[in-house]
Design a protein around this ligand. Structure first.
Ligand SMILES: [Zn+2]
Length: 238
């Protein structure tokens, strides 16, 4: 077994602590884009709602214009019939044209009513769009604040992470390269935890008992011990 100083073990423990802290921060930072997208999606829904309402308003306006066209057409028809009236020779024909004119006027009157209804609907739709745009502006402001808060938080975490990574590098430099290699290998094999404490003969990495002799040696000798069950490096606190 390799001789190892207590100092080296403490460096490994400290290194692992920094690495875990850095990984935790990185994990949070990785969630940042999803959080940002979640916040922005609220605004997107608002935008879609406004687009839908604006399209409905446009349809109403189109309908209003077509009513106008029909009324104008009908008025032209009435005028034509009135001209025809002057040329008719029989009473029957005269009455027929009069009835036709009355029918067209009735239709126009109904369309005019519908036009008024349509105008009311346009008015209501315009108000709804304006109201939504107002709410959108409030929500946008709110979301921009949330985004800024998130960015500030992320900046803070980035700085913290940078600090931890440079501390980690500084610690690694003090660790024997062979030992470092072994540590990295175990870490990659043992779900990110390479060095664990042994408490009352129980490995805190796998919760299994280590042999009593190994436990005693851990207290006495400066040799690197490996858990026979989870193969992590072991240490005891004095
Ligand atoms: Zn173990």
């Amino acid at each position: 077994m390799k001789q190892i100083t207590r100092d080296q073990i403490e460096l490994l423990i400290e290194l692992q602590k920094k690495e875990i802290e850095a990984e935790t921060i990185q994990y949070e930072l990785d969630k940042q884009p999803a959080k940002m997208a979640q916040i922005t999606s609220v605004l997107k829904k608002f935008e879609e709602e406004i687009e839908k309402q604006t399209a409905a308003l446009e349809d109403l306006k189109k309908g209003y214009r077509s009513f106008d066209d029909i009324i104008a057409d009908n008025q032209a028809r009435i005028k034509k019939r009135e001209e025809q009236l002057r040329a008719v020779t029989t009473n029957k024909e005269y009455q027929a044209i009069l009835k036709e004119i009355a029918d067209i006027k009735k239709i126009n009157s109904r369309i005019e009513d519908e036009t008024i209804e349509c105008l009311d609907k346009i008015d209501a739709a315009e108000k709804a769009v304006k109201e939504h745009e107002k709410n959108y502006a409030v929500e946008e402001e709110n979301i921009n604040q949330q985004k800024t808060a998130l960015e500030i938080e992320a900046d803070g975490q980035e700085k913290l992470l940078e600090g931890l990574l440079s501390e980690k590098d500084a610690i690694s430099e003090k660790i024997d390269p062979e030992l470092m290699k072994q540590y990295d290998f175990i870490k990659s094999q043992a779900r990110g935890i390479a060095i664990v404490e042994v408490k009352e003969a129980v490995c805190q990495g796998c919760n299994m008992n280590i042999p009593p002799q190994m436990y005693n040696e851990l207290h006495r000798e400066n040799e690197l011990r490996i858990c026979p069950h989870c193969h992590r490096m072991l240490y005891v606190l004095y």
